[in-house]
Design a protein around this ligand. Structure first.
Ligand SMILES: Nc1ncnc2c1ncn2[C@@H]1O[C@H](COP(=O)(O)OP(=O)(O)OP(=O)(O)O)[C@@H](O)[C@H]1O
Ligand SMILES: [Mg+2]
Length: 261
C-alpha cells in the first residue's frame, strides 16, 4: 500500500481497505492537494506583497498603514466635507478594484489626510483584488539622487526602484513637489534636478500609452502644490502624464484642517 494511503489511514484513524475504497481515498487526496495548493498560493501572494512593501520608499524608513475604517470625519471641524472626501476616495477604490486604470490626484494643505486616503485606496485594492502597490516618498527619492554618486548601492537601488515603479499595479507618488523647495524671491519654484526629472519621466512614460491615450496601472499623486507650480518644477510633459485634471479623479482637501497640530 502506498505510504500516502497508510499515513492517511493513520492520521484519520479510519479503517479503510484501499483496494475496496479507492474512491474515498482519491476524494480525500484531492481535497488535501487543493488545501496545499491554497496554502502555497497564499504564501506566494504574501511574499509578493512583502516584496512590494520592502521595496517601497517610505518617509524615514517607516512603513505606513491606513484603512477606510481609520478615517474619522468627526475629527474635522468640517466633518461633512471630510465624510464626502472619504466617500469619494471609496468610490475611486471601487473603480481600481474593477480594473479601471487611471491617475488620481490628491491635492491640499499639509496634514489634511491625503497620504492616509491614498493608502486606504491601496489597502482596499489589496484586500479585495490582491493588487500590490509601490509607495514612493518624493523627498526620500530626491535624497537618494543626492547620494547616488557617492554610494553605488543607492545607484543600484534607484535602478531597481524605477523598474518596479514602471510596473506597479498601483503607484503612490507621495508629497510630489516638496522636492521643489521654496519659492524664490520672484514667487517661482526652481526646476527639480535633471536626473530625477528624467527618472520620473521614464516611469510616467512607461505608465502611459500615447497611441491609445490610456494609462497603465493606477498612479496616485499626493501634493501640496497646484499643477501650475508643479509645471515650474518639472517638464510639462511629465506633469501632463502624472497629474490628472479629470474631475472624478481629483480629490481636493482644501477646507480641511491640519490634523497633525
Ligand atoms: N479624517 C481623519 N481621520 C483619521 N486620521 C486622520 C484624518 N485626517 C488626518 N488624519 C491623521 O493625521 C495625520 C496627517 O495625515 P496625512 O499624513 O494623511 O496628511 P497629508 O495630507 O498627507 O499631509 P502632508 O501634506 O503633510 O503629507 C496622520 O497621522 C493621519 O492618520
Ligand atoms: Mg502626505
Amino acid at each position: 500500500m502506498p505510504q500516502f494511503f497508510q499515513d492517511l489511514i493513520k492520521t484519520n484513524k479510519v479503517k479503510v481497505d484501499p483496494s475496496k475504497d479507492r474512491t474515498w481515498l482519491d476524494e480525500r487526496r484531492k481535497k488535501m492537494d487543493a488545501g496545499w495548493a491554497e496554502d502555497y498560493y497564499t504564501a506566494k501572494a504574501e511574499k509578493e506583497r512583502q516584496s512590494w512593501l520592502n521595496d517601497s520608499l517610505w518617509s524615514g524608513n517607516q512603513p505606513l498603514q491606513f484603512t477606510f475604517e481609520n478615517w474619522v470625519p468627526a475629527m474635522q471641524e468640517n466633518d461633512e466635507q471630510a465624510r464626502n472626501i472619504g466617500n469619494q476616495a471609496w468610490v475611486m477604490a471601487d473603480r481600481v478594484i474593477k480594473g479601471e486604470q487611471f491617475n488620481i490626484l490628491m491635492n491640499g494643505e499639509p496634514g489634511t489626510g491625503k497620504t492616509s486616503l491614498a493608502l486606504a485606496i491601496a489597502w482596499k485594492a489589496w484586500q479585495e483584488a490582491e493588487m500590490n502597490f509601490l509607495f514612493i516618498s518624493t523627498m526620500e527619492l530626491v535624497s537618494m539622487f543626492s547620494q547616488r554618486f557617492d554610494d553605488q548601492e543607492v545607484a543600484w537601488r534607484l535602478d531597481d526602484l524605477q523598474k518596479r515603479a514602471k510596473n506597479a499595479p498601483i503607484l503612490i507618488l507621495d508629497d510630489f513637489g516638496t522636492e521643489g523647495g521654496m519659492k524664490n524671491e520672484h514667487g517661482y519654484y526652481k526646476p527639480v534636478r535633471k536626473d530625477m526629472q528624467e527618472w520620473l519621466y521614464q516611469v510616467a512614460n512607461a505608465r502611459y500609452d500615447q497611441i491609445t491615450n490610456s494609462h497603465k496601472g493606477v498612479t496616485i499623486v499626493t501634493t501640496n502644490n497646484a499643477s501650475g507650480e508643479l509645471m515650474q518644477m518639472y517638464n510639462p510633459k511629465l506633469i501632463s502624464r502624472v497629474i490628472t485634471k479629470r474631475r472624478p479623479n481629483v480629490l481636493n482637501f482644501d477646507g480641511l484642517d491640519d490634523m497633525r497640530g
